[in-house]
Design a protein around this ligand. Structure first.
Ligand code: PEP
Ligand code: MG
Length: 324
């Protein structure tokens, strides 16, 4: 069944995947494509940087597992909690999550970055042959200059592939919105992006200054906290007004209470673990857009996370008792 709200608003429910078996389960669970392919698992399981042909093969196998669908590939997001010795992670950083990770690391390894972009652009040609689409997105973008640098690198990869007469296709280029600085400047960031994907797992931890993996501060690292909701509502409004497609691919997309609020904010594209797709589809069919907006407006007036959580538990229970 296609995903729609109770009043027929079409929604896109995508899957977050790490590998080929996940891609197969995304299709089996009824996702309409891949909203986040975390490519770092390929790097973590290798003794050295995987070569371009091998990456191409893996990316094409993911495309083949969801033919005709959209596949959003995220470039290497390593550093923080995931490190590999061959990329120079042999020294200890005092603040790894705020240090040398994600796109920052890719910029310092241009040969590695180009190799990955080239493999992705070549896989995009393979997807297009099957009526599908590859989109490319970049983790932890903080400034406009970074996004410009990304575009330059992608252009360079396109020039190389043209000269080598290798089939490729230009893809939409997106930023992952995970850093508060980028959320504050979202209107200017949109100049350089074709789409936005909110990485709420990181955005919440950076906004609340509370490590997402530290149980001692988990009471602060909460997606339904009022400052997080205000930030998300603003980002989604700015993107919708500018007609720039926006998806949210953090864990909260698959959580029933958060889903209703995001729908109320005007979000239409959600990416989640494949296992959550059926229940979110079921919940979407029970709530109209105007009702989700009414719930959101009530929630935005609440001043504490505990109040929002309680209120949203009641609302989900009324909408879909089986899912609450
Ligand atoms: C996120 O930060 O929300 C996200 C989807 O990326 P990851 O969980 O891989 O950091
Ligand atoms: Mg992230």
């Amino acid at each position: 069944q296609p995903a729609t709200t109770a009043d027929g608003v079409p929604l896109e429910l995508l899957a977050n995947i790490n590998n080929l078996p996940d891609a197969r389960s995304a299709v089996a669970m009824g996702a309409s494509g891949v909203g986040l392919y975390r490519t770092e698992y390929l790097y973590l399981t290798h003794p050295d940087v995987p070569d371009e042909e091998e990456q191409l093969e893996v990316y094409c196998s993911i495309v083949d597992a969801c033919p005709g669908h959209r596949m959003t590939l995220r470039t290497l997001d390593i550093g923080g909690d995931k490190t590999v010795p061959y990329l120079g992670h042999d020294h200890q950083e005092a603040n790894p999550f705020m240090g040398w990770r994600s796109i920052r690391l890719s910029f310092e390894h241009p040969a590695l970055f180009l190799k990955q972009v080239r493999a992705a652009l070549r896989a995009a040609a393979h997807a297009a042959d099957q009526g599908g689409q590859v989109r490319l997105m970049f983790p932890m973008i903080t400034t406009l200059e970074e996004m410009r640098k990304v575009r330059n690198m992608v252009n360079r990869a396109c020039r190389q592939l043209t000269a080598e007469k290798k089939p490729f296709r230009r893809t939409p280029l997106g930023m992952m919105l995970e850093v508060p600085a980028a959320a504050v400047s979202i209107d200017t960031m949109l100049e350089e992006v074709d789409f936005v994907s909110v990485g709420s797992n990181d955005l919440v931890q950076y906004l609340m200054a509370a490590d997402r993996d530290n149980p001692k501060v988990s009471h602060l690292c909460q997606p339904l906290s009022p400052p997080v909701l205000r930030t998300l509502a603003n980002v989604i409004r700015v993107c919708n007004e500018a007609d720039v497609p926006i998806t949210l691919c953090g864990e909260m997309a698959g959580q029933t209470r958060a889903f209703v609020l995001l729908l109320g904010m005007g979000l239409r594209s959600f990416s989640m673990s494949p296992a959550f797709v059926p229940s979110i589809k079921e919940l979407a069919a029970k709530v109209s857009q105007s009702h989700a907006e009414w719930i959101l407006n009530r929630a935005l007036k609440l001043k504490t996370t505990a109040h929002v959580n309680r209120f949203m538990s009641e609302q989900v229970k009324k909408l879909a008792p089986r899912l609450s």
